[in-house]
Design a binder for this molecule. Structure first.
Ligand code: ARG
Ligand code: ZN
Length: 850
């Protein structure tokens, strides 16, 4: 059933208070929900359910006659509610152990937990279950005194007591919240405990609950949490508001984590870490996700969304906030590059695919499928553009205004935008309302000492022009040109940027030589830049520009065109690129993490996008590997020196140490590409950190080194008892770019530790396989069939994970006709047999004509 933004209407009843009692049982948990309803408009009270069975219904404490209501698994209607406020009690029974969807109340490794966003609460009890209905909760969690000891819900603990052989915990959350932020956790768990004093002097108890015995692995997450709390106070003036903040790590989780008020629930991969099992990337991921969920307390919880169309209001903004946190804690330049890579790798392709949608969509069939890179990452870019256009002080003032005006409410994107003094808010709103990536054309001319730069906006198909902040510098031998010396026509000039709408011309007179234009510094807008290729210009930018993004981007541009030339069978001279890259990588004036990023080749995906259509995946692989081999060969001496640099201690997980390891490993990877696998072999054996171990295995696996089989098998045996490490093993096997990949994955699906029940494991094997370009896009369609098969069986047990897997099909359109037809057949079959709204929605959009 399609839902439209234009149909929004408030509910006829409010629900100011909710009291829940859970009598926990693995297969028969009884939920007694008493909700106070207050009429606003009147008429029938229509509540949502999802697969529920109703045991009893009461109105103001008295049993309801069956004729007074209608109850099906998916709906409860109270036909003629009282005109005065009333308390409706509904008793439902749910089976956590049979809940394979991992939405609503389920058990993960014996631990009871919940996931309610977006529409999981209706799998627990009947409710409006929409984000604009806010309620104060009292929750009573009841278990056998012998059983679960940790009993958690949102808010503050009021009381915990044993009586009649039962243990009851009473939680009260004073902040009105929508159902999607409700959470409950119960189980036998270990904890790391700490304390935080807020800026106004309030003490907050902090707990991170993990599987018993794994407590030491939660200390980094705790550290990240405390740093997040400090940062939100300093940068945004936001203080934590409850007496306790709890985080629980569970091993079966559909997404990364969830910001439930006062009780965040996490996929354990974003909590557990020590240097033996987690890589530097894992540490960075933990820091980001811990911060992200914590920041939701203000952007998402205190101010929530009016409806799910406004999802980017909390997600885009919170991603922006976590990006800023990482920029302040680690390196701003490196973080920006990492975020642009992610945007280009995931969001740009999505925005050009049949799954494209607006940052604020105006319709959806299944809300779970809108937790996308467009909503999250492009959503964050839109906030960043506002920040760029008005500057930090005015941005902060706008945020203060937003918090002051909308605290305690369910807001819209318009409410948010209205808090900022941007030049033309109506025009800016188009960024939210139109899909597609705009292009900016750059044209330059230099004649008689007069330099002109012309920027032209080319909107995406069907879209209109939008304000695009362009950060620009004109570099000369003697430094950057003073902007006051330039004449700008056609665009608003701001501090350090120009706002482009249709066309902007920048002119500078009386110059001896043409300057080098550094355009879109810091990637100031989510657009693609079209500019005539010019190797000399890019080499100059690499050598002279001081903006980390534009330097990195120039490297990417040159490497990508070299790769594309190889793909076209017309390899160019790669010596200048190798020389520039070698100099950059060896330049101790740059951070190691930045130099490491420069040494990482553009992805196969980037090449596919650049080719555009009728892509031959085998040639993509050959071109990619060929460039790696050539650069590795040409830079051998520099790379060997870099890989020989002293290794920081394994237990130093700081951004600095991570950068040093990343640089050594990027060098090792290129050397392995050039056939020097000896170092990788040695490192695979002797590494003292998971970062170095995995990098070495990757260098062997991704270059099809003969030694890879043996090294990976040893690794798998050694970590058989470590699920998160085993996931890395499965992913690496699935991504090996050799001809065996498909058979290998089929074999690994029979591995005793493979299971379709754990989303992390499915993603690590099948999700990774779908990223293996040559294997997934095999000409015979067998790669497509494998992924579809898994999606079809998950359609019944875990539709969210199934739907996510299917999105890999969205770039089949880049390949040749036989592949497109093979994929179309497979998808038609999925569409015909699927029953979940999640899978049907994706399959339908992927197969839609035109
Ligand atoms: N709000 C969560 C986050 O971004 C994501 C939860 C998504 N859950 C879902 N079932 N789609 O932090
Ligand atoms: Zn979020």
């Amino acid at each position: 059933k399609t839902v439209f933004l234009k149909d929004y209407a408030p509910t006829p009843y409010r629900a100011p208070h909710t009291s829940l009692m859970f009598a926990l049982h693995p297969t028969r948990t009884v939920v007694r929900a008493t909700t106070l309803y207050e009429p606003v408009g009147g008429g029938p009270l229509e509540l949502a359910g999802d697969g529920l069975s109703l045991m009893a219904a009461e109105l103001d404490g008295a049993p309801l006659d069956e004729s007074a209501y209608e109850a099906t698994p998916d709906r409860f209607v109270l036909k003629a509610p009282p005109a005065e406020p009333f308390a409706l009690t509904l008793v439902t029974v749910v089976s956590p152990d049979d809940n394979t969807e991992l939405m609503g109340l389920y058990r993960s490794n014996g631990v009871y937990c919940t996931q309610c966003e977006a529409e999981g609460y209706r799998r627990i009890t009947y409710a409006y279950d929409r984000p604009d209905v806010l309620s104060v909760y009292d929750v009573f969690v009841v278990s056998d005194a012998e059983g679960e000891q940790v009993l958690l819900s949102n808010g503050n603990l009021v009381d915990r007591k044993v009586s009649g052989g039962r243990l009851t915990a009473h939680w009260h959350d004073p902040f009105p919240k929508p159902t999607y932020l409700f959470a409950l956790v119960a189980g036998d768990l270990g904890a790391v405990t700490d304390e935080f004093t807020t800026m106004s002097g309030r003490k907050v108890e902090l707990n991170i609950y993990v599987e018993r015995g794994k407590e030491p692995r939660a200390t980094y997450a705790m550290d990240a949490l405390k740093r997040s709390m400090v940062w939100d106070e300093t940068r945004f003036g936001r203080e934590y508001d409850l007496d306790v903040f709890n985080i629980v790590a569970v091993s079966d989780f559909n997404m990364g984590a969830m910001e439930n008020k006062g009780l965040n629930v996490f996929n354990d991969r974003y909590v557990l870490a020590d240097p033996d099992v987690a890589t530097d990337q894992d540490y960075a991921g933990i820091e980001t996700v811990i911060a992200h969920e914590y920041f939701h307390n203000w952007t998402g919880n205190r101010i929530t969304c009016r409806d799910w169309f406004q999802l980017c209001l909390k997600e885009g903004l919170t991603v922006f906030r976590d990006q800023e946190f990482t920029s302040d804690e680690r390196s701003r330049g490196v973080k920006r590059i990492a975020d642009v890579r992610r945007l280009r790798a995931a969001q740009f392709p999505e925005d050009a695919s049949p799954l494209r949608h607006c940052v604020r969509p105006n319709r959806y069939d299944e809300i779970s499928n809108l937790y996308t890179s467009t909503v999250y990452d492009k959503g964050a870019e839109l906030i960043r553009m506002i920040h760029t256009m008005i500057g930090e002080p005015r941005f902060r003032a706008g945020m203060d205004d937003y918090f002051a005006r909308f605290d305690g409410t369910a807001a819209t994107v318009e409410d948010f935008i209205g808090c900022f003094s941007i030049p033309d808010p109506g025009a800016f709103m188009r960024w939210y309302e139109e899909p597609g990536t705009p292009r900016v054309k750059v044209a330059e001319a230099f004649k008689d000492g007069r330099y002109t730069l012309e920027l032209t906006q080319v909107p995406a198909e069907g879209a209109s022009v939008k304000p695009i902040p362009v950060r620009l510098a004109l570099l000369t031998d003697t430094g950057a040109i003073d902007p006051a010396k330039a004449t700008v026509t056609g665009g608003e000039i701001g501090t350090g940027h120009i706002v482009l709408t249709d066309r902007v011309t920048v002119t500078v007179n009386r110059l001896n030589a043409a300057p080098i234009a550094s355009v879109m510094r810091g990637f100031s807008a989510p657009v693609t830049i079209e500019r005539a290729p010019d190797e000399a210009r890019d080499l100059t930018l690499i050598a002279k520009d001081d903006d980390p993004f534009t330097v990195w981007d120039a490297v990417q541009r040159l490497a990508l065109s070299a790769m594309q030339a190889r793909y076209d069978g017309a390899a160019i001279d790669e010596t200048p690129l190798a020389a520039a890259l070698g100099t950059l990588a060896a330049n101790a004036g740059h951070e190691p993490a930045f130099r490491a990023l420069a040494l990482i080749l553009p992805t196969r995906q980037a090449l596919i996008e650049a080719i555009g259509q009728n892509v031959d995946p085998d040639r993509v692989d050959t071109a990619h590997q060929g460039l790696g081999a050539s650069l590795g060969e040409k830079m051998r001496d520099v790379l060997a020196r870099l890989h020989g640099a002293p290794l920081p201690p394994a237990d130093d997980v700081s951004a600095d140490a991570a950068g040093q390891r990343a640089l050594r490993n990027a060098a090792m990877q290129l050397l392995a590409s050039a056939g020097d696998t000896g170092r990788a072999m040695a490192q695979a054996k002797n590494a003292t950190s998971m970062t170095d171990r995995l990098a070495a295995l990757g260098a062997l696996a991704f270059t099809n080194a003969g030694e890879a089989d043996e090294a990976l098998a040893t690794f798998a045996r050694e970590y058989d008892h470590e699920p998160l490490v085993l996931d890395k093993y499965f992913a690496m096997e699935a991504m090996r770019p050799d001809a065996e990949a498909l058979d290998r994955v089929r074999r690994l699906m029979e591995h005793p530790k493979f299971s379709l029940k754990t989303p992390n494991r499915v993603r690590s094997l099948i999700g990774a396989f779908a990223q293996n370009v040559a294997a997934f896009h095999r000409a015979d369609g067998s790669g497509y069939r494998l992924v579809a098969e898994v999606a079809k069986s998950l359609d019944k047990s875990n539709p969210q994970v199934a739907a996510r897997l299917l999105t890999s099909f969205s770039d089949v359109r880049r390949f040749d006709a036989p592949r497109r037809e093979a994929a179309a057949d497979v998808l038609a079959d999925v569409l015909q047999t699927a029953t979940s709204s999640d899978v049907v929605d994706i399959a339908r959009r992927l197969t839609a004509k035109g």
